[in-house]
Design a binder for this molecule. Structure first.
Ligand code: DX5
Ligand code: ZN
Length: 232
């Protein structure tokens, strides 16, 4: 909890990691928001938005650098919702990201982009929007550590889960088995106590939750309830 985790400890085991999204943190007191979780978290999910790929603007490398200073042992899961992601790899890597997740829709040269993330010494993630066929990830699955299935259209917290996206995690799960690969399956958007168990049954290894955790009345209680539902 709240530190480097053995990702193999959850993969395909019917358990999952919880990655609270800092989009729902108190931006005047991010450290306090994380501390209010009382250690009931695994990764910190950082939503980077550029105002082009998505209609919102959030955090840059400076924020990740500060997080790294404030939480030296935390696993920083950086979700890059930006056009031209290749321009940001170096900056987020040197800021202290542990995993950088780029969108399949944002790059014309995926092999080059994913290789550059690997070369920067950061774990490699690939995200797919709800309306993007999951098959778009198939040619490069051997190059990634994680596939992020978006269950809302990215841009904002607090949106409703899109149920059609659930098939994608099962498809990825089966493909991973068939090809003997090891990537993790992460889901992001509209996730909370009402659906987290079902998502784990559908193959998810990492669940991102923003409003259901950091937006809750008692974030510590909400996080530990979800953690226990994730078999943690
Ligand atoms: C959406 C972001 C999510 C968001 C999730 O663009 O990628 O990480 O913070 O927020 P909730 O859990 O409130 O849907
Ligand atoms: Zn996200």
């Amino acid at each position: 909890m709240a530190g480097p985790v053995s990702v193999g400890a959850v993969r395909g085991m019917g358990r999952a990691l919880l990655a609270p999204s800092l989009l729902s943190a108190d931006l005047m007191n991010v450290k306090g928001s994380v501390e209010a979780l009382g250690g009931a978290w695994d990764w910190l999910h950082v939503d980077v938005m550029d105002g082009h790929f998505v209609p919102n603007i959030t955090f840059g490398p400076g924020f990740v650098r500060s997080l790294r200073r404030g939480f030296p042992d935390a696993f920083l899961d950086v979700h890059l919702m930006a056009d031209a992601p290749e321009d940001f790899v170096e900056d987020f890597a040197s800021a202290g990201a542990d995993l950088m997740c780029v969108h399949v829709e944002a790059s014309r040269h995926l092999h080059r982009l994913l290789s550059s993330i690997r070369e920067a010494g950061v774990m490699v993630g690939l995200a797919v929007n709800p309306a993007t066929p999951v098959e778009w990830t198939f040619p490069v699955l051997h190059m990634v550590d994680l596939v992020l299935v978006m269950s809302v259209n990215p841009g904002f917290g607090g949106q409703k889960f899109i149920p059609e996206t659930m098939n994608k995690t099962l498809e990825l799960f089966r493909r991973r088995e068939a090809e003997k690969l090891e990537f993790l399956i992460e889901m992001d958007g509209g996730i909370g106590e009402d659906n987290c168990r079902e998502l784990v049954r559908n193959g998810c290894d990492v669940l991102v939750a923003g409003s259901a955790v950091l937006g809750a009345k008692d974030p510590g209680e909400a996080a530990s309830r979800i953690m226990s539902m994730l078999g943690r």
